[in-house]
Design a protein around this ligand. Structure first.
Ligand code: NAP
Length: 230
C-alpha cells in the first residue's frame, strides 16, 4: 500500500521538493497550493504521476477555499500531513514600524491556516497507517535560540505553531506530531545565499519523518534529526 500524503504550499520551494520526493518514492500526494492546478511544475508532475498526484487549489488562510480539500480528505485515509505553507512578511521592519497587518497575516497563514488544514485532516489521519503531522516550523520560532531579536511576526507565529505542535501531540497520542526546522534552505524564502539546497533539506526531512517513533511526538527536530530547544 502506498503512503498517502498531503502537502501544503506544494507549488514551489520546500513544498514542491517534498511533493517530488514523495511521488518519486511511490506515495500518493494531495498537493495543496493557492494555484496548484495552474502551476507548470505541478502540472507536469501530474502528467508523470496521473494516478498518484491530486492537485488542490486552496488558500489555507481563506477557510471558504478549503471545500475541495475537505472533500478529498473525507474520501480516503491519510498517513502523513506536511504543513509546509508559510510566510515571512517582516524582514524589513523593526518593532516600531512593524505593520500590524503583517503580524495578522503571518498568524493567518503560519498558525490559523495550518490549524484549519489539520482540523480537516484529523479524521482521515485517524484511519491512516502510522499517522503523522509534520509542521514546517523554524529555529527562528525557538525562544531558547533567539539571540538576535527582530522578526516579531515570523518568530512569534512559528513559536505559536510550536505550541500547537506540543498540545496536539499531548491531546492525540495516536498521532505522531512534530515540529521540523528544515535548515537554511535555498528557496524564495531562504534566498540564494542559504546554506543548503532544497534537495538536501527534503532528503533529511523525509528521513526524519520516516524514522519518527512515538517517543518523538511533541518534539522539535532539525532536518538532520537533531533535537532543538523550544
Ligand atoms: P517559500 O519558497 O517562500 O514557499 C512558501 C510556500 O508557502 C509557497 O508554496 C506559498 O505559495 C505557500 N503559501 C504561502 N501562503 C499560503 C497560503 N495562504 N495558502 C497556501 N499556500 C501558501 O518558502 P520555503 O522556503 O519553501 O518554506 C517552506 C516552509 O519552511 C515555511 O513554513 C517556512 O517558514 C519554513 N522554513 C523555511 C526556511 C528556509 O530557509 N527556506 C527556514 C526555516 C523554515 P504561493 O506561491 O501561493 O505564495
Amino acid at each position: 500500500m502506498s503512503l498517502k500524503t498531503c502537502i501544503t504550499g506544494a507549488n514551489r520551494g520546500l513544498g514542491l521538493g517534498l511533493t517530488e520526493h514523495y511521488l518519486h518514492g511511490g506515495a500518493q500526494v494531495l498537493a495543496v497550493a493557492r494555484q496548484a492546478t495552474s502551476t507548470p511544475a505541478l502540472k507536469s508532475l501530474s502528467l508523470k504521476y496521473p494516478q498518484r498526484l491530486i492537485l488542490i487549489d486552496a488558500d489555507i488562510a481563506q477557510a471558504e477555499t478549503l471545500g475541495e480539500l475537505q472533500k478529498h480528505l473525507e474520501q480516503e485515509p491519510l498517513d502523513l500531513l506536511i504543513n509546509n505553507a508559510g510566510v515571512i512578511l517582516d524582514r524589513k521592519f523593526n518593532f516600531q514600524n512593524l505593520p500590524l497587518d503583517a503580524l495578522r497575516q503571518s498568524f493567518e497563514v503560519n498558525v490559523i491556516g495550518t490549524i484549519a488544514v489539520t482540523q480537516l485532516a484529523l479524521a482521515a489521519l485517524k484511519k491512516g497507517q502510522n499517522p503523522t503531522v509534520a509542521m514546517l516550523s523554524s529555529l527562528m520560532g525557538s525562544l531558547a535560540d533567539n539571540s538576535s531579536g527582530g522578526y516579531y511576526a515570523y518568530r512569534s507565529s512559528k513559536a505559536a505553531l510550536n505550541m500547537v505542535t506540543k498540545s496536539l501531540a499531548l491531546d492525540h497520542p495516536w498521532l505522531l506530531t512534530v515540529a521540523l526546522h528544515p535548515g537554511w534552505v535555498q528557496t524564495d524564502m531562504g534566498g540564494p545565499q542559504a546554506s543548503i539546497t532544497v534537495q538536501q533539506s527534503v532528503t533529511g526531512l523525509a528521513h526524519v519523518i520516516q524514522e519518527m517513533k512515538n517517543k518523538d511526538s511533541g518534539r522539535f527536530f532539525n532536518y538532520q534529526g537533531q533535537s532543538l530547544p523550544w
